[in-house]
Design a protein around this ligand. Structure first.
Ligand code: VG1
Ligand code: CO
Length: 580
């Protein structure tokens, strides 16, 4: 092939958000749109990560992925990349990409320098929905802000990009290496099995034998919903082939990835309706639900954990995993290096960290902030309230890992019960946790696709209020006299303890004297309008009061949040679009 230099000009709005660039497919398919972003990324990387490098390109298989992969292969070749690694059919879950970057060794001994992940994660897919792209570094984690800022700057000044001419489309459905030659010498495309590296890693972390004993025990029952996303392929390999789960325990695990069967591949109580009903919750609940249920999002980095008729909040989930990791998961048997959560995630993890005397970190929203801590050996387990949980085995959150972590805890707690004893259930584990550590009542209200100007005004209003805490407290007393006083209020700012970089404006916080919190943020993953996220949290230490319904327990704080922020006035919305 030869290298074609194509003249182009900047296209507005290519700023990567919380997790890469996400836009409607129609935006991505505009002339030069993807090309500009890919070239701007190559230009933001140091030369050794481009020339002669090894690049992973794959994703969750959503609409436009196959075209995008061919474009990126051709641009990689033209920019001097030595080899591109592609999961079969272009499929790799986000955690599997991270695992491949960190663990895979090519037949010629090569290791990956970085990856393009093609996904818009939990956003719907299809010709009228979302596509997305993000770049991950050689540690397997999302590019830090220093790099994403540079990419964005490059998109504003780009004049040219490079693309191979005479390089045929590569058949990504067949495993094997194709060789080509260009001006810089040889160029290879290596298509490999999408799940083997990931499965191998999981087997090195968990005790598959003891999980298998649990899953195949007649006392236990299991169900997993991939919401038609890329998790399906991994679920079949791991839960059915390795761990002996029944094929019928898999829901929506045959990928319909181009549009996820028309659904919204987000594992929460609103969008994972089928699983929720199967677990005996929500509308039309099944009468005989399984003991354990879980779901993933489109790219399989998120997880929702359910017990029989019981929902585990993600904030509790990470705390419970941290509290039980050393006893239940071989990978952690010599102890945890530390734990971390994103700022809006509840403080359930803080209480565990304190009691186990672990290092603890609070970072801004988005997985990229955990990577530095992990690379520096400061953090083993971390999580976000948005159904993200993971560990330092990779540098992305990991949906199937979280399920295996829960199965490990269940297997450990039930190791003597599987011959007819009484099963310790998911609900038992959570309630026991609350009894020991107290409960953080928690809920998140999302106002999706509101007018961007109105959302900004609401946020500005909340910042302005922070200048007088006594006025805020007076207002609150007028709304609800049974809510504690605000002790302090600010905008969250983070100084990375490893590289000293500072991230400002990471969410508006109101911190109450009794430990309650209200947090307001604008989403950085949407592709249309603005999404306001309101996070509400209240701590209850008294174990006789930890069994309440969370919406009921939080009602006073919710009322304060909505009135203080003038939510309806600014947005015209009387109710959120999603409550988790
Ligand atoms: C959301 C979540 C955040 C998560 C991010 C990416 O971001 O709140 O916790 O890390 O999605 O998850 P935002 O900016 O919309 O609140 V995923 O599964 O979309 O990669
Ligand atoms: Co995701």
């Amino acid at each position: 092939f030869t290298v074609n230099r194509v003249e182009t000009s900047p296209i507005e709005g290519q700023k990567p958000g919380t997790s890469g660039l996400r836009k409607k497919v129609k935006v991505f398919t505009q002339p030069h749109y993807l090309h500009n972003f890919v070239q701007s990324t190559f230009n933001a990387l140091s030369a050794e990560n481009v020339k002669g490098s090894t690049l992973v390109v794959s994703g969750d298989g959503r609409y436009y992925s196959k075209d995008a992969i061919q474009i990126i292969i051709k641009m990689a070749a033209a920019n001097g990349v030595r080899r591109v690694w592609v999961g079969q059919n272009g499929l790799l879950s986000t955690p599997a990409v991270s695992a491949v970057v960190r663990e895979r060794v090519g037949a010629d001994g090569s290791k990956a320098n970085g990856a393009f992940i093609l996904t818009a994660s939990h956003n719907p897919g299809g010709p009228n929905e979302d596509f997305g792209i993000k770049y991950n570094m050689g540690n397997g984690g999302p590019a830090p802000e220093g790099i994403t800022d540079k990419i964005f700057e490059n998109t504003k000044t780009i004049k040219e990009y490079f693309i191979a001419e005479g390089l045929p489309d590569v058949d990504i459905s067949a495993i094997g290496v194709s060789n080509f030659s260009g001006p810089d010498g040889q160029f290879d495309v290596d298509v490999f099995d999408s799940s083997s590296d990931y499965v191998k890693l999981m087997k090195s972390i968990f005790d598959f034998q003891s999980i298998q004993k649990l899953i195949t025990s007649p006392q236990f029952s299991f169900c997993y919903d991939a919401l038609h996303g890329v998790a399906g392929a991994y679920a079949k390999r791991i839960f059915v082939e390795e761990l002996g789960a029944k094929e019928s325990s898999l829901l929506n695990c045959v990928p319909k990835q181009e549009d996820f069967g028309g659904g919204h591949p987000d594992p929460n109580l609103t969008y994972a309706k089928e699983l929720v009903a199967r677990m005996g919750l929500g509308k039309n609940p099944d009468s005989n639900p399984p003991e354990f249920g879980a779901a993933a999002d489109g790219d399989a980095d998120r997880n929702m954990i359910l017990g029989k008729r019981f929902f585990v909040t993600p904030s509790d989930s990470v705390a419970i995993i941290a509290a039980n990791a050393v006893q239940s998961i071989p990978y952690f048997s010599s102890g945890l290096k530390g734990v971390a959560r994103s700022m809006p995630t509840s403080a359930a993890l803080d209480v565990v960290a304190k009691s186990l005397n672990l290092k603890f970190f609070e970072v801004p929203t988005g997985w990229k902030f955990f990577g530095n801590l992990m690379d520096a050996g400061l953090c083993s387990v971390c999580g976000e309230e948005s159904f993200g949980t993971g560990s330092d085995h990779i540098r992305e959150k990991d949906g199937i890992w979280a399920v295996l972590a829960w199965l490990s805890i269940l297997a450990h707690k039930n190791k003597d019960n599987l011959n007819g004893g009484t099963l310790v259930t998911v609900e038992d584990i959570v309630k026991q946790h609350w009894a020991t550590f107290g409960r953080h009542y928690y809920t998140r209200y999302d106002y999706e696709n509101v007018d961007a100007g109105a959302a900004k005004e609401l946020m500005a209003h909340l910042v302005k209020l922070q200048s007088s805490i006594s006025d805020v407290n007076e207002t609150i007393k007028g709304i609800r006299s049974d809510v504690a006083n605000v002790a302090s209020a600010d905008e969250f700012e983070y100084k990375d303890p490893v590289d000293g970089s500072i991230s400002k404006h990471q969410g508006i916080r109101y911190l109450f004297e009794d430990g309650s919190r209200l947090v307001f943020r604008l989403s950085g993953t949407g592709s249309e309008g603005a999404t306001i996220r309101l996070y509400i949290e209240q701590y209850e230490k008294d174990s006789s009061k930890t069994g309440r319904d969370s919406q009921e327990a939080l009602a006073p704080l919710v009322e304060v949040a909505l009135k203080l922020s003038k939510m309806q006035e600014f947005t015209g919305r009387s109710a959120p679009t999603v409550i988790t």
